[in-house]
Design a protein around this ligand. Structure first.
Ligand code: CA
Length: 224
């Protein structure tokens, strides 16, 4: 079955260009021209990938991205008008998986679309490994080396999210969005508490730390 791509872009010319190109490549394409309609389309009929413009009337692309992210792991490719580092950082902060700078060649875009779809198929795998840590989504077993680790549901969800995004800096907001839901109280220190629980369990036999603090930003799963 054809994979489905949702294009959210208010510039008709670009939306048509994307629709034509992607259809030609064998994808099923739905185009929406503002953020609200895009969000609704994504909710009503979840696509395999979203291509999302930053500059949209009403809800802008950042906000749309943040809300889509809170709804699930669908890959999001953002279209940005300028190659500003700030935009790039912001894109990853709100949960975009990749971005393409306008104006772009279709080939550049399709290469990224394919890479993201491949990656998201990989995330359907049930066993995740990082260093000596293994997490099995089906059996909900977590081991460090040969040592079995018992986690509560929230601890498991949090670790699962880290293991799906190894070595990436995950902001506090993003972690709250994914594990507790996006409108969870920002003043809460629940994340810090759970990070502490996880570290205690993961390091119980004196193993090196795998969940690192990124000061002022959030956390990352990586070796020291
Ligand atoms: Ca636009």
């Amino acid at each position: 079955m054809a994979e489905r791509i949702l294009v959210i872009e208010d510039e008709k010319k670009i939306a048509d260009f994307l629709r034509r190109g992607l259809t030609y490549e064998g994808f099923q394409v739905d185009a929406q021209y503002d953020g609200e309609s895009g969000l609704k389309a994504a909710r009503d009929n979840p696509p395999d990938l979203v291509i999302l413009d930053v500059m949209l009337p009403g809800l802008d692309g950042w906000e749309v991205c943040r809300r889509l992210r809170a709804g699930g792991p669908t890959p999001i490719l953002m279209l940005t008008a300028k190659d500003a580092v700030a935009d790039r950082v912001k894109g990853f902060e709100v949960g975009a998986d990749d971005y393409v700078v306008k104006p772009f060649a279709f080939e550049e875009l399709i290469a990224r679309v394919r890479a993201l779809l491949r990656r998201s198929r990989v995330t359907e795998e049930t066993v995740f490994r990082f260093a000596d840590l293994t997490l099995n989504v089906t059996t909900r077993e977590v081991t460090r080396g040969t040592r079995k680790i018992d986690l509560t549901t929230k601890e498991f969800d949090l670790l699962h999210f880290f293991m799906r995004h190894p070595r990436q800096v995950l902001t506090r907001e993003l972690l709250y969005d994914h594990v507790w839901g996006y409108d969870f109280g920002g003043e809460s220190n629940i994340l810090e508490v759970y990070i502490r629980y996880l570290r205690t369990k993961l390091e119980a036999a004196g193993e090196p730390r795998l969940i690192q603090t990124v000061r002022g930003v959030g956390y990352a799963l990586r070796e020291e």
